[in-house]
Design a protein around this ligand. Structure first.
Ligand SMILES: [Fe+2]
Length: 386
């Protein structure tokens, strides 16, 4: 009997120690800046996670011990199923290699299980490059209103690759709504990770559909930004990007929101931020100033569009904006600059087309392409004269 109990105890403890773990989504890059980058992924069990980092190079990742980065809170390493690890102290415009690891933690007993990782043995380490305001030429792609149509996402981004495309911009409504992690991330992010998002940074402008669903409250946990808000700015090469959150499309009291929406005051708070942002040194010195916002402030008369028109356009009209990219309508629209509403062009991308943008010191070229890669329109913009 004693032997049996010892064997049973052994079996149980072996089971506890062997707690398994799998990476369920990611890794993908977020809030990449000149001196930091954040890697995000999820696991099916609680884990303590870390990123190992190495400079670019042909040497083996195992040639020396590499620094490990953890997410911490109040002095403790975070144990979670969502892993958001920021690597500080990086050099501008520099390539790095990275690998990710998650060690299962049985939170009730605080015992450890297996380790899940990026494919450290068979696959080369993943890579990323930090942003660089001094980079003379950059390229990026804009997608919006995918609404979980993974086939379109694949067709529109199959040329997005590390080393060829600097950034990917998701301009809202990538999912229909956000009910839970699995439904949300499998709507577009799993395919993005497969294609590019582990190595090409994604910058997200929230769409009105990403404000919907119970799990939408956690959107910013999965897509963190450099200022903790869903409106933010960043600089890469000659372009200063302003990412705005246009919020919901109907009045806050609409029955669709069940009394939970408060976007009028949110957009007013954002207006105050924008006023300060437009005085930033980076924006004032940038040859190109590009605004990313989901709901176009022209051509529509729903409340959300009218509110962003009233609150943001008077400020943007004083800032020498090169172009604003929008989505939401699912069809292509182009609004020329005018003296009444907006003194810069507004390009509304369709749901099934991409914008491929290349920027040099002399010009910004934008090509709108369909799922077959056929060019539908092209535009040239020039840098702001100082
Ligand atoms: Fe939308």
């Amino acid at each position: 009997m004693k032997t049996f109990l010892i064997s049973l105890f052994c079996l149980l403890s072996c089971y506890v120690i062997a707690q398994d773990i799998t990476i369920t989504h990611g890794p993908y890059l977020q809030k990449v800046g000149e001196h930091e980058a954040t890697i995000v992924w999820t696991t099916d069990n609680y884990a303590v996670s870390w990123v190992e980092l190495a400079p670019a190079g042909d040497d083996s990742f195992y040639s020396e011990e590499r620094p490990q980065y953890y997410q911490t809170k109040d002095g403790n390493r975070v144990v979670s199923k969502l892993h958001t690890i920021t690597i500080p102290g990086l050099e501008r415009g520099t390539e790095y290699r990275y690998r990710i690891f998650s060690k299962a933690v049985m939170v009730e007993q605080l015992t450890y299980g297996h380790v899940a990782s990026s494919n450290v043995f068979k696959q080369s380490p993943l890579r990323f490059t930090t942003l660089d305001a001094g980079k003379p030429e950059i390229s990026f792609v804009v997608l919006n209103d995918i609404h979980g149509r993974v086939g379109d996402l694949t067709a529109l981004s199959n040329k997005v690759k590390y080393g060829e495309t600097d950034l990917m911009i998701f301009n809202g409504d990538m999912a229909d709504d956000i009910q839970n992690e699995q439904q949300f991330l499998s709507a577009f992010m799993d395919e993005s990770v497969k294609l590019f998002a582990s190595e090409v940074p994604v910058f997200f402008a929230r769409g009105n559909h990403e404000t919907r669903g119970l799990f939408s409250r956690y959107f910013s946990d999965y897509f963190p930004t450099n200022n903790g808000k869903l409106y933010y700015s960043f600089r890469h090469g000659p372009v200063h990007f302003i990412v705005l959150d246009s919020g919901e499309d109907k009045p806050d009291s609409d029955i669709e929101y069940y009394g939970l929406a408060q976007f009028d005051s949110y957009r007013s708070e954002e207006q105050e931020w924008l006023e300060r942002e437009l005085q930033s040194e980076s924006l004032l010195n940038a040859p190109y100033k590009v605004v990313i916002m989901h709901i176009p402030p022209a051509g529509a008369n729903w409340h959300g569009a009218l509110d962003v028109r009233k609150k943001f356009l008077p400020l943007l009209n004083k800032a020498g904006i090169t172009v604003m990219f929008c989505g939401d309508t699912h069809r292509y629209l182009y609004f020329e600059p005018n003296t009444v509403l907006h003194n810069f062009p507004i390009l509304v991308n369709a749901a099934d087309t991409s914008l491929e943008v290349k920027v040099t010191q002399n010009e910004m070229s934008v090509k709108r392409k369909d799922v077959a890669g056929k060019e539908l329109n092209s535009f040239i913009y020039h840098p702001v004269k100082k």
